[in-house]
Design a protein around this ligand. Structure first.
Ligand code: BDR
Ligand code: CA
Length: 315
């Protein structure tokens, strides 16, 4: 039985790859996409989500606009990582489809409450929409099937500050609401995503197929690779968000630990830092399953194979 999935996302280069992977995966029915501020403004992430879905011939998937700003902090866009448009050097035409009129958080509530236990949420941007939805309708906590979250750096260095990962740093207060909500959560932190590099060889394999899909992947990831080279001396790029999506139907890519995870919301150098109480000093029940080990090639082979299939369909 395919899983019904809603993706909350800030496309974003790796977010776009997650959307493509969702469309390309028969294990998933992509019910809807909610845009959030993050890598670029919500206006732009909405535009990008619509354009990427159109590129993948999936314009039937409804797109909803979510929050424009974090709950408490100022927004923090990341043009140096994803480019001014959010899609690196890729240029997609404006999609014919328009976003739906409902707010993303209301759509999320309506979907979860009308199909208790059926909706899997994949949140791959800052968690503002999800936190807002929990505050508006706390019963979604018991009624969502599961929530896959890309975020945090448990034992890994941060990618935005020394301690914090981007999604949790941008809206740490939203992450705090979500982490403490009691939702069934599976976290994909930098600890596993940074083990898995999309390389130029991987890209060259895809480029053997002449398709708008492979051209898009090449033009977007070329920018992302330049960023990784300049800022982190990484040869290739880390594609965090599609890995998170892949775990919804291929969980064996990672090994997990049930952990008590929290996020620092105090003002200071630790803001947005995610940490686990490995020895359970506080004697609390674990609040999430955390991917802490990964088989990088298992994920990459899946990703490449699905992109090849999609590219062969869209020429
Ligand atoms: C996360 O931050 C964003 O830049 C990426 O899209 C990903 O969701 C990685 O820290
Ligand atoms: Ca993202």
């Amino acid at each position: 039985m395919p899983k019904h999935i809603i993706i909350d996302t800030d496309p974003g280069i790796d977010d776009s790859l997650a959307l493509l992977l969702a469309v390309a995966s028969p294990e998933i029915i992509l019910d809807g996409v909610i845009a959030i501020h993050g890598n670029v403004s919500t206006e732009q992430t909405t535009r990008n989500a619509l354009a990427v879905l159109e590129l993948a011939k999936a314009s039937h998937v409804p797109v909803f606009k979510g929050c424009d700003v974090p709950l408490v902090k100022e927004s923090l866009l990341s043009p140096e990582t994803h480019g001014n448009s959010g899609l690196g050097y890729a240029q997609l035409p404006e999609a014919a489809a328009k976003p739906k009129s409902a707010h993303g958080s209301d759509y999320l509530i309506e979907q979860i409450m009308s199909r208790p236990g059926e909706v899997t949420l994949v949140a791959i941007g800052p968690l503002t929409n999800v936190a807002l939805a929990i505050r508006k309708e706390p019963r979604i906590v018991q009624n969502v099937k599961e929530v896959f979250i890309m975020g945090g750096a448990i034992q890994h260095a941060g990618n935005t500050t020394a301690l914090a990962e981007y999604n949790t740093f941008v809206d740490p207060h939203a992450a705090h609401v979500v982490f403490h909500s009691g939702m069934p959560m599976i976290l994909t932190p930098l600890d596993v995503t940074y083990e898995c590099i999309f390389t130029k060889d991987d890209l060259n394999r895809l480029l053997k197929i002449d398709s708008p899909i492979t051209k898009f992947i090449a033009n977007s990831t070329r920018f992302y690779m330049e960023f990784h080279d300049e800022y982190q001396s990484i040869d290739g790029c880390v594609i965090n968000d599609p890995m998170t999506l892949a775990l919804t139907f291929m969980p064996e890519i990672c090994d997990y630990q049930n952990l008590v995870v929290d996020v620092d919301i105090s003002t200071g150098v630790g803001l947005g830092n995610t940490f686990a109480d490995f020895y359970n000093y506080e004697k609390k029940k674990p609040n999430m399953k955390v991917a802490m080990g990964v088989q990088p090639r298992m994920f990459m082979e899946l990703f490449l194979e699905r992109m090849e299939k999609l590219a062969l369909k869209i020429t």
